[in-house]
Design a protein. Structure first.
Lengths: 147, 693
């Protein structure tokens, strides 16, 4: 029973993330890739993603706070983050990246600052939700193994 | 794409088990991609560095069927990687990017990507990527056969040896790819056309001896008053027709013109020409070189490439005109060692066509592998197949031969092989090239003459003419290198299709473009020059690639790179012939030539060749080639040389290495003699020709 409840909880969580646009269909693909030969795939990808995203966000922050903003560097980092977020299915985060890229192209510092803030915000949202998801997963797996 | 072939399991159940190499600096994307691919039941290898990917591919290209690469990578531009893979390994490459910029997509496609996917990559898309593998392989076979035929027609088709088939395929593929950019098809066709026409005429091999007589006759009469009839009478050579003399005279005049223009750049050249007949040869070679250079511009290597045409292997590849040029060189080169073979080869050159110098294969096999231009080389190989070139490699500086340097050998071989020339199957190309170009007639080496005749066919090998490589031995070495270059160039030469056109087969070749050793370097290049200059070089077009290959490893690399690019452009620049490529080749060769400086001087007699220091006194008598062509070539070569370094990065360094060595060797050997020509002419900076001298 506990397992079923957990599974429901997991399903709901994922569903809400989809509904809110935090995740998109790409995440489904990731889940599909997880199977017996690849049991921890989703978790691995998520942790990889979090590490990488945090690194990039730190860099972005640094560059944006520079006296003379290096927009090309900024652009390449944003591009990277956009790539990884789209690979994992973090939809809203990806959109935020697009915004920052746009602002950066326009060399609009204000817009850049705003876009960067939303990137940070979206990242924390998706990260916390994904972490809850992982916890649920682990819990379910544990219970299943016990049975 | 050997993968599919080589694969044991995957093949049968293709696309299951298809081997993919995934490259992406983003770890998340890479991981997701890897798993997606695994889900499709492909066999996946991943790396997050483009450089590593290249290394893995180079180590064993048949280990993979397909490459998927990200566009934005820190260590190397994705497009660059794409190009390199396409050039070197001819594997299908799929680009990946998070950006859907139309411009980027366009860039990807023009750089040869089979497909351009946007991130995030979806399973459905990946499920279909195997189509690209099939698509790529299929046309190859078709091309293969086509090219083979064509090559054969040209005498250069890479089919020369067993390796040729694969190389041929590659060549074809490359050629195909290149043709996309340039009109490969047209060139190929041209080759065919040229072939028949050239074959019709019986080729006269303007040996050093013969050329010497010719020059002395001309000098006796005075250049202004020298008319074919009188020259013929003075020469008093049985079997020589007025037409032969006339065309040779034409080449000679061009050569002189070139020389004088080059002389401006290098006094040596001029002096050489004026001084003696042999010098004519030499000069020719210079011209050849110069021309070559210009010809090869991109293909500087062309000459060199020819040399590099690994007699066996390379030639096959040389298919493209470049190949011819190269072939010529190769022949020349080969001759060196085999001097006899050269002659033979050269003779055989005519047949060289697909003969990728089987004999040479040992050496060049590697070089031209990639180079489409090798086709020409193939031709060379055919004749001698294999020996001449192989020998060349051995000659003097195996390294030197790399491409540019090789030529000298090649030249020499051609020249030296003069004996061989006739047989120089491999050489024939060279010889032919020389013959054509070598107005110099002074080929001195009978063998070289043989070469010229070889050219007739698809062999644009104009180089042949000059191959007076007396130093066959030396040349070979250089040649080897050159050949390699050529091969490289060949690839690039594919574009050299232009060369093919030039194939001067008809008359020039006959003239046996005796490119003075200097040409040798050009030899491969010469091919280009001849092409560019004289119609002979027709094949030069493709040769452009050759030059690339042969001359310097670097050059080659660049050449290829450039060639590819340049071909499109250069082709037109050069005398209209596809020289642009040849130039590259030639350029490549040029360096070689310098070494052969000796050649220039030596043209006088076969000794020149011999003196060429092994560089193979290419007596590349570009002279034939239009002077302008020559000039252009020179220029192009220079450009080419320089340019090359850039692409060099990715380039098949592998091949080039040897070439460089060869070249160096050649140069060193040549230095004694007249290197000035070479250096001056080509301005190959890349090649340390100057140093050689």
């Amino acid at each position: 029973m506990a397992i079923a409840a957990l599974k429901t909880q997991r399903r709901n969580l994922v569903q809400s993330m989809f509904d809110e646009g935090v995740l998109d269909n790409q995440f489904n693909q990731l889940q599909d890739l997880q199977d017996s030969s690849n049991p921890n795939f989703v978790e691995e990808v998520i942790s990889l993603f979090c590490n990488d995203a945090e690194r990039i966000i730190t860099e972005l922050n640094r560059y944006l706070n520079d006296q003379n903003v290096d927009f090309s560097k900024l652009d390449s980092y944003v591009h990277q983050l956009k790539g990884s977020s789209s690979s994992i299915g973090a939809y809203r985060l990806k959109l935020a990246c697009v915004n920052l890229r746009q602002a950066s192209e326009e060399r609009n510092m204000e817009e850049c600052a705003g876009a960067f803030n939303s990137i940070r915000r979206e990242y924390y949202v998706v990260r916390s939700k994904l972490q809850v998801l992982i916890q649920l997963e682990r819990h379910i797996v544990n219970l299943e193994n016990q049975q | 794409m050997g993968g599919s072939n080589g694969e044991d399991g995957g093949k049968d159940r293709f696309p299951i088990g298809m081997r993919v190499l995934a490259v992406d600096d983003d770890p998340i994307c890479l991981k997701v991609l890897e798993n997606l691919l695994r889900k499709c039941q492909y066999h996946v290898t991943t790396t997050n560095q483009a450089i590593t990917a290249l290394k893995m591919l180079r180590e064993n290209r048949s280990r993979y069927d397909l490459v998927i690469s990200d566009v934005n990578m820190p260590d190397m531009d994705g497009f660059k990687l794409l190009e390199l893979v396409g050039l070197e390994m001819d594997l299908p490459v799929i680009m990946l990017s998070a950006h859907s910029d139309t411009k980027l997509v366009m860039k990807g496609i023009t750089h040869g990507a089979c497909d351009y996917l946007l991130k995030p990559v979806r399973m459905e898309e990946l499920k279909n990527i195997w189509q690209h593998v099939v698509r790529k392989k299929k046309p190859d076979s078709k091309d293969h056969s086509n090219s083979t035929n064509q090559d054969k027609a040209w005498g250069g088709a890479g089919e020369a040896g067993p390796t040729s088939s694969s190389s041929d395929q590659k060549v074809n593929k490359k050629r195909k790819e290149q043709s996309e950019d340039e009109d490969e098809d047209g060139e190929d066709n041209g080759h065919d056309n040229e072939d028949p026409s050239t074959q019709k005429k019986p080729r006269v091999v303007w040996s050093v001896e013969l050329h010497r007589k010719f020059v002395s006759a001309v000098n006796q009469l005075g250049l202004d008053k020298a008319v074919p009839k009188k020259i013929l009478d003075l020469m008093n050579v049985e079997g020589l027709t007025r037409e032969n003399v006339a065309s040779h005279l034409q080449k000679y005049r061009l050569y002189l013109k070139r020389l004088s223009s080059v002389a401006a750049q290098q006094a040596n050249m001029v002096a050489a020409l004026g001084s003696k007949d042999p010098s004519y040869l030499r000069m020719s070679s210079l011209d050849g070189f110069g021309d070559f250079r210009t010809l090869t511009g991109p293909g500087r290597l062309s000459s060199a490439s020819l040399s590099s045409y690994q007699p066996g292997g390379m030639f096959g590849r040389l298919n493209s005109s470049a190949a011819l040029s190269v072939r010529g060189i190769s022949s020349g080169v080969i001759q060196q060692g085999h001097s006899q073979t050269l002659n033979n080869s050269i003779n055989g050159l005519g047949k060289i066509q697909p003969a990728v110098l089987p004999a040479n294969k040992n050496q060049s096999g590697t070089l031209f592998q990639g180079i489409p231009t090798s086709v020409e080389l193939c031709q060379l190989s055919q004749n001698k197949s294999s020996n001449p070139f192989g020998e060349f490699n051995r000659i003097n500086d195996p390294n030197a031969f790399g491409v540019a340097s090789n030529f000298p050998d090649a030249r020499v071989t051609v020249g030296s092989s003069s004996n061989n020339l006739p047989t120089a199957s491999g050489n024939p190309l060279l010889l032919q090239a020389n013959t054509r170009q070598t107005h110099t007639g002074a080929f001195g080496n009978p063998s070289s003459l043989g070469v010229s005749s070889l050219n007739q066919e698809p062999f644009d090998m104009h180089v042949q003419g000059s191959y007076n490589f007396p130093d066959h031995g030396r040349c070979s070495e250089n040649w080897q290198g050159a050949v390699q270059l050529s091969s490289f160039l060949s690839n690039s030469l594919s574009t050299s299709e232009a060369f093919n056109h030039e194939q001067m087969p008809s008359n020039n070749l006959q003239e046996s473009i005796s490119w003075p050793s200097s040409h040798l370097s050009n030899s491969p290049l010469d091919l280009s020059s001849p092409l560019a200059n004289t119609t002979n070089l027709d094949s030069r077009g493709p040769r452009g690639d050759i030059s690339q290959v042969g001359l310097n490893n670097n050059v080659i690399q660049n050449i290829d790179y450039r060639t590819k690019q340049q071909w499109g452009d250069q082709r037109h620049d050069y005398n209209g012939n596809s020289f642009s490529r040849v130039d590259s080749l030639v350029s490549a060769c040029v360096p070689v030539v310098d070494q052969s400086n000796v050649v220039g001087d030596k043209l006088n007699d076969v000794s020149l060749f011999g003196q060429l220091n092994g560089d193979s006194a290419y007596v590349v008598t570009h002279l034939e080639g239009e002077k302008s062509a020559f000039d252009t070539k020179l220029r192009s070569n220079e450009d080419f040389v320089f340019e090359q370094p850039k692409p060099h990065n990715g380039f098949s360094q592998n091949n080039f290495e040897p070439l460089e060595n060869i070249m160096m060797s050649m140069i060193k050997s040549e230095q004694n003699n007249e290197s000035p020509l070479v250096d001056g002419e080509f301005g190959f900076d890349a090649y340390s020709l100057g140093s050689c001298i």
